[in-house]
Design a protein around this ligand. Structure first.
Ligand code: GTP
Ligand code: MG
Length: 224
């Protein structure tokens, strides 16, 4: 397992009270590991090897002055690891990223079966995004057309991002993919009512975010 926890290690006592688990799915070789590495480490992973089971990375981001821990669960695309090892990791997932390779139509056609898997784990109502990776490869003609991909994204009610984990110039798009989910998850947290006396008069009502749930204890042990 790979773990990136640079921020929390650098800042002792950092209050990390919100944790969101994001699972990354897609065929083998589409670039899931490189995308998650780009987001967590800020660079392209030169020698990426096929993931066995699930790799775990994380990054702490700030939203509304709060520290949010984004846990990225980078799954193996290879079928032989999926049945035996990956199914377990769907527990307590908050959001889903589905990746295809814009130069390999077969990886785009697999999205329907990835969606079935997402559905079978009850995640159709969770925030989901579709990502076409490797935009730096091939020619405009050989890459899967954006309009075609957009139609499928619309059908499933997901935003579409096209990017490249390889290109430094595309790091902003990679950032947007995960930050879009982080913002959606943050704003989805239930609100609680707090009554405030004497600020704007008696009985003033304020809304605040509910205390988040924490990482299930038996999942944190998977991260070593
Ligand atoms: P599995 O772990 O087998 O499911 O594959 P994966 O989806 O994690 O793919 P991975 O990130 O390991 O990338 C597969 C290959 O594609 C590697 O050789 C990467 O260097 C390459 N790759 C990943 N992203 C990009 C990209 O944006 N552009 C280019 N040109 N190559 C990429
Ligand atoms: Mg991988």
């Amino acid at each position: 397992m790979i773990m990136s926890e640079s921020v929390s290690q650098q800042v002792p006592g950092l209050n990390l009270n919100k944790v969101f688990k994001i699972i990354v799915l897609g065929d083998s070789g589409v670039g899931k590991t490189c995308l998650t590495y780009r987001f967590c480490e800020g660079q392209f992973l030169d020698k990426s090897e096929a993931t066995i089971g699930v790799d775990f990375r994380e990054r702490i981001v700030r939203i509304n002055n709060e520290n949010i821990r984004l846990q990225l669960w980078d799954t193996a695309g290879q079928e032989r690891f999926r049945k035996s090892m990956v199914q377990h990791y769907y527990r307590n997932v908050h959001a889903v990223v589905i990746v295809y390779d814009v130069t390999k139509p077969e990886t785009f056609h697999s999205i329907a079966s990835w969606m079935l898997e997402v559905e079978s784990h009850g995640l159709m109502k969770s925030p989901r995004v579709l990502v076409g990776n490797k935009c730096d490869c091939g020619t405009a003609e050989s890459r899967l057309a954006t309009t075609y991909a957009q139609r499928l994204a619309d059908k499933y009610g997901m935003p579409l991002f096209e990017t490249s984990a390889l290109l430094d110039a595309e790091c902003g798009t990679v950032e947007s993919i995960f930050m879009t989910l982080a913002h959606k998850l943050y704003s989805k947290q239930p609100l609680r009512v707090i009554s405030v006396q004497g600020e704007n008069g008696p009985g003033t009502v304020k809304l605040a975010r509910k205390k988040p749930r924490t990482t299930p204890p038996n999942e944190s042990c998977l991260c070593s």
